[in-house]
Design a binder for this molecule. Structure first.
Ligand code: NAD
Length: 489
């Protein structure tokens, strides 16, 4: 079946003003699954105008009613779980057991922000010197542009759509051109749940065309972007002349630090999962594993024994742990990094190439490098594939220095039974999020985002509403405080 997708604007699927189309592929064999419009300025303008008009309606619906509608979106996502997971696997190559979990999380995103918007409490300050009561409220802002990457499309789209709509804003989503498939099914679900036409819109297309037009549009007040750091920089430049508010969730090169006193079995499970789940195409991946010298050889051996048993295969097979990478272009990029790693002198312990028996599609063996050094490109640059680099450290100071010696600062994972050391190190790691003795387990109330070149701003919990809402202070005089009397003489 070929999916020839249209934009979703003002409650309807519509053709583009331009008739150019872009093909998206099945990563298992690189055959075309369907096409999207490349998008153009006129499409974006139509979507933004629809969203602007709908804002008058949506922002005036009481938050409790918006909340009910968003809970219904969550219910419908759950009802269509299997279909959505299969669309996602077909287009991304992520194994079906993992896309099901992503769909569950998509539903949870809607439930979470639907609940949260009804529980937000505003601040009140009583000024007993001047006899005022000053209170702070949040109000919806207007039209948001939501620009998302291809690695976990539906989950990341809902991570933005849910708080945006809960806040009373309306939006135009620009899904990644490589993985647009599930977004249109989500549009139907959002519409069926009772979200009025124009509140949620999709403009498909190429980033530099429709994405750029969305960023440049003067009526778009907010841009929430997840993607590569360099794209984020370009977007901020392009949005500067219309003074956009930005939320930037960007790349990562995250360390897992394994101290010699760690529970090595649990650390092993977590490090393997965080390096190879989602086919390694994961911003929070622990793509660098820093191992204390006294256990370096032992832990490396443990890693090798597990990595070689990771099940690579058809992403629809329930047993598959690692599916094909998203596109041939991306496969080549990851493979180029592997070749660079070998040339730089890192030791290839396992993988590094296409697995035997997989001639078609973007399959890559899980890859493990040892003897990483801080000057290597595979130490410093985000590969975004199933490639793990092991690096030896001698003490706590060196572990911190290695962890911080990259431009990124998204996440870090610390493994030790010494809780004081863990907290001491966590405080000094330059990252937005640190887990101690755990893989990435999300608490949606906590802020999500990165330090340094990994991002600007935080989303999650009330932080999402700090972004998607205006903060307004209303100051009320309760008495007859003194007012200067200019001109009264
Ligand atoms: P990308 O930057 O190439 O594309 C992301 C989106 O931006 C796509 O929809 C694309 O069409 C659009 N785009 C591209 N150029 C644009 C422009 N000039 N103007 C407007 N939009 C434009 O990223 P990707 O390759 O799709 O995703 C992988 C990257 O995403 C990795 O770097 C990864 O670390 C990052 N990521 C970060 C997080 C996080 O939360 N920090 C989460 C997931 C992925």
């Amino acid at each position: 079946m070929e999916y020839n997708l249209k934009h979703f604007i003002n409650g309807e699927f519509v053709e583009s003003f331009d008739n150019k189309r872009f093909e998206f592929l099945n990563p298992s064999n690189n055959e075309t699954i369907g096409t999207i419009p490349v998008g153009c300025k006129e499409d974006v303008d139509f979507a933004v105008r629809s969203a602007k008009k709908a804002f008058q309606i949506w922002s005036n619906i009481p938050a409790s009613k918006r909340s009910d509608i968003l809970h219904e979106v969550a219910r419908l996502i759950r009802k269509n779980r299997e279909e959505l997971a299969r669309l996602e696997t077909l287009n991304t190559g992520i194994p079906i057991t993992q896309t099901r979990a992503q769909i569950d999380r998509a539903a949870e995103n809607f439930d979470f922000f639907a609940d949260m918007i009804t529980k937000l409490s505003d601040e009140v300050y009583v000024d007993d010197v001047n006899n005022f009561v000053n209170y702070v409220i949040r109000t919806p802002i207007g039209v948001a542009g939501l620009i998302t990457p291809w690695n976990t499309p539906l989950m990341l789209e809902t991570w933005k759509i849910a708080p945006c709509l809960a806040a009373g804003d309306t939006c135009v989503l620009k899904p990644a051109e490589w993985t647009p498939l599930s977004a249109n099914r989500l549009a139907e679900i959002i519409s069926d749940a009772g979200v009025p036409p124009g509140v949620f819109n999709i403009v498909h297309g190429i980033g530099e065309i429709s994405g750029a037009a969305l960023v440049a549009h003067p009526e778009v007040r907010l841009i929430s972007f997840t993607g590569e750091t360099t794209t984020g920089m370009e977007i901020m430049r392009n949005g500067a002349s219309s003074l956009k508010r930005f939320s930037m969730e960007l790349g990562g090169k995250n360390p897992a630090i394994i101290f010699s006193d760690a529970d090595l079995e649990r650390a092993l499970d977590a490090v393997i999962f965080m390096a190879y789940s989602l086919n390694g195409e994961r911003c929070t991946s622990n793509s660098r594993v820093l191992i204390e010298a006294s256990i370096y050889e032992k832990f490396l051996e443990m890693l090798y024994e597990r990595v070689k048993k990771i099940r690579v295969g058809d992403p629809f097979d329930e047993k598959t742990e690692l599916g094909p990478l998203v596109r041939p272009e991306h496969w080549k990029r990851v493979k180029d990094y592997i070749d660079i790693g070998i040339r730089e002198g890192a030791k290839l312990i396992y993988g590094g190439d296409r697995p035997s028996g997989f001639d078609k599609g973007n399959y890559l063996m899980p890859t493990l490098f040892a003897n990483g050094e801080r000057n290597m490109r595979i130490f410093k640059e985000e590969i975004f594939g199933p490639v793990l680099l092991a690096v030896k450290f001698k003490d706590e100071e060196e572990a911190i220095s290695l962890a911080n010696d990259v431009i990124y600062g998204l996440t870090a994972y610390i493994w030790t039974k010494d809780i004081q050391k863990a907290n001491r190190v966590a405080k000094r790691i330059e990252a937005g999020m640190v887990w101690i003795n755990s893989h990435n387990v999300r608490d949606l109330r906590t802020p999500f985002g990165g330090a340094k070149y990994s991002g600007i701003g935080r989303e999650g919990g009330k932080y999402s509403f700090d972004f998607y809402m205006e903060i307004k202070t209303i100051q009320v005089a309760l008495g007859t405080h003194k007012i200067p009397t200019f001109g009264k003489s």
